[in-house]
Ligand binder design. Structure first.
Ligand code: SF4
Length: 365
């Protein structure tokens, strides 16, 4: 199946069609991806370098770890200092994210029990194994990750696993795109993330097209998926259409995953939330509802964190996340800032645009 989506002859045909459409359009167009996995595909396979000069791909805020507020990471670290027996789990890239007060990796080196997990399920298993300890999953991620968080919490609530809690820094993706559009980011189309769409469906994105007239194509993650999506966007522009189309029909349904949506809606409220380097975005964060707040670690420990600088001096991660620049336009990129010595969050995370460009991008920038 995967091979079919990497077919070289088909890819060449789609590229020829893209060149024809771009020439017919006769102006510059700017499409944005809002997903680290899409950015990985685009940069890894050198897709930008294959496209006509008038078709630009911008990278948007597609990395949930990069946008997790420093204040939340620091708050979790302060809770650990208050209660050193807590076992904290999080994902590998979040573990290394720098803040002005250090990282989870620094806490580990000071003797606190922080463990890297691949999913919230691993964290839950630790809670079952160590019933005498409080296990807290520091839980970042967009809708795709919120769904398993909701599923796992649901089970913890049903089975009364009271030593399992989360620190929710989950975020919703469509409000971030809306934020960029309202801030005046000029886009001709959106390469809409397929995995988020498996949860929220085509319907979850529709309002952006109706309200802002922006064409969208929900795209899969193979190189051919992305090329076909770009072709579909160009076709819509030529025909003067602003619609949402689904290239990733093999995984995304119009309604999305209704079971997952029900669990998320039952457990979480949607609130205004901060995104690191972007600021407050309206109705973009998930917090546990009052009736389930005992499963949110913040309800048990009060910590007051002053506002901290989002980024180190000179780091242009905010502009990278807004799609205003590509990483190699940051003077620190690859010189001072590398994955081994990251200055900003966009260089730490596997989904961060700077790390992706560092890994593959210099060849194709
Ligand atoms: S290269 Fe490093 S310093 Fe520059 S924007 Fe990216 S993360 Fe920030």
């Amino acid at each position: 199946m995967q091979e079919a989506w990497r077919d070289e002859i088909l890819a060449k045909r789609v590229l020829v069609a893209i060149f024809n459409k771009a020439e017919k359009l006769g102006r510059e167009v700017r499409f944005m991806d809002v997903c680290g996995t899409h950015e990985d595909t685009i940069t890894r396979y050198g897709i930008r370098s294959l496209l006509p000069k008038n078709v630009k791909i911008l990278a948007g805020p597609g990395c949930p770890v990069c946008i997790t507020p420093v204040e939340d990471i620091v708050a979790m670290m302060e809770i650990m200092k208050k209660e050193p027996s807590i076992l904290v789990t999080t994902f590998g890239d979040m573990y290394r994210i720098p803040t002005p007060k250090g990282s989870f990796a620094d806490m580990k080196s000071r003797g606190y029990d922080v463990r890297i997990v691949y999913s919230i399920y691993d964290s839950y298993k630790l809670a079952l194994k160590h019933r005498d300890r409080l296990v807290v999953h520091f839980s970042p991620g967009f809708e795709t990750t919120t769904a398993p968080t909701a599923g796992m919490l649901w089970e913890a609530i049903e089975k009364k696993v009271e030593n399992f809690k989360i620190y929710s820094v989950h975020r919703l993706t469509p409000p971030a795109v809306e934020f960029l559009l309202e801030q005046g980011t000029m886009l001709d189309g959106l390469i809409t993330p397929g995995h988020v769409s498996t949860i929220i469906g085509v319907k979850g994105w529709k309002y952006l097209t109706s309200r802002y007239g922006i064409p969208q194509v929900i795209s899969g993650f193979e190189p051919l998926d992305v090329l076909i999506s770009i072709h579909m966007l160009l076709q819509m522009l030529i025909e003067g259409q602003a619609e949402i189309k689904n290239e990733y029909e093999r995984a995304v349904k119009y309604e999305g995953n209704i079971e997952a949506q029900k669990k998320i809606d039952a457990l979480f409220n949607v609130v205004d939330a901060k995104w690191r380097a972007l600021g407050i975005i309206r109705r973009s964060g998930y917090v546990l509802k009052k009736e389930y707040e005992e499963y949110e670690i913040r309800s048990s420990y009060e910590v007051n964190i002053e506002e901290l600088p989002d980024l180190e001096k000179g780091c242009r991660c905010g502009e990278v996340l807004r799609g205003l620049i590509l990483p190699y336009e940051c003077p620190l990129f690859g010189r001072v800032c590398t994955p081994r010595n990251p200055v900003g969050p966009c260089m730490v995370s596997y989904e961060g645009t700077c790390q992706i460009f560092y890994k593959y991008g210099s060849l194709y920038g």
